[in-house]
Design a protein around this ligand. Sequence first.
Ligand code: ADP
Length: 238
Amino acid sequence: MISDNFINILHDIKTPLNIIIGAIQLTEHNNDKNSENKIIQDKHFQAIKQNSYRLLQLVNSISDFIIAGNDGITFNPTICNIVSIVDELVQTSVPYAHHKGISLKFETTDREIVAPIDIEKFERIILNLLSNGIKFTPPGGEVIVKTSCLKNKALISVKDTGIGIPESKQDMIFKRFWATNPLSTISEGTGIGLSIVKYFVDLHKGKINFSSKEGEGSEFIVEIPAFNVSCLPGMSIK
Ligand code: ADP
């Protein structure tokens, strides 16, 4: 029997794969039009490289899960500046969003927000929300990712101007294998992503909330316990 964790990982392999495919398609497109467009090409190659590494990491996780079995999920926190991590994830997704005709922006209230996070799992939280924002927003729309700090909490918001989630279905979205429109062509998903996101947010002792209006868009806000930078004299920050 295939374990739930194994299915989770398979789902997460699709996110960087979509970014890689988008970057390759865009590079091919630019090659046709203007082979001297080096800066744009370098940006796409950067996205291909980073997301290939991410895939490699996920494949490594598959062997970890198989070895460790169902109780094998570990939480390895490192003290990190989440602003630079979220910024980098957004920048690598920009070519994929642009390919879909969507504007993707990153904003932050602080240059440094420090929190103990499991980097791999934190990245999977953000990538899943980002990928949903892009996936469920039609061309011409916008996705804005924002980091901010409130007391001892780091807040990460992923807001889109997409199709939104019908009110009657909003209490189900964190359930596994659930999708509002499983037969629609817009949903390439299986309804696993948000259940993983919720599980990983819980591991961080955080919270996830959302608001959504059908036809207008959605906003997901992740809240993770954070430190005030001034409380960390002498500690090394990634
Ligand atoms: P999937 O793999 O189907 O994307 P998720 O668990 O990530 O699975 O999401 C579950 C369902 O919630 C999606 O199929 C979609 O119907 C809805 N959903 C999630 N995020 C959004 C969003 N940003 N905009 C609209 N609908 C969303």
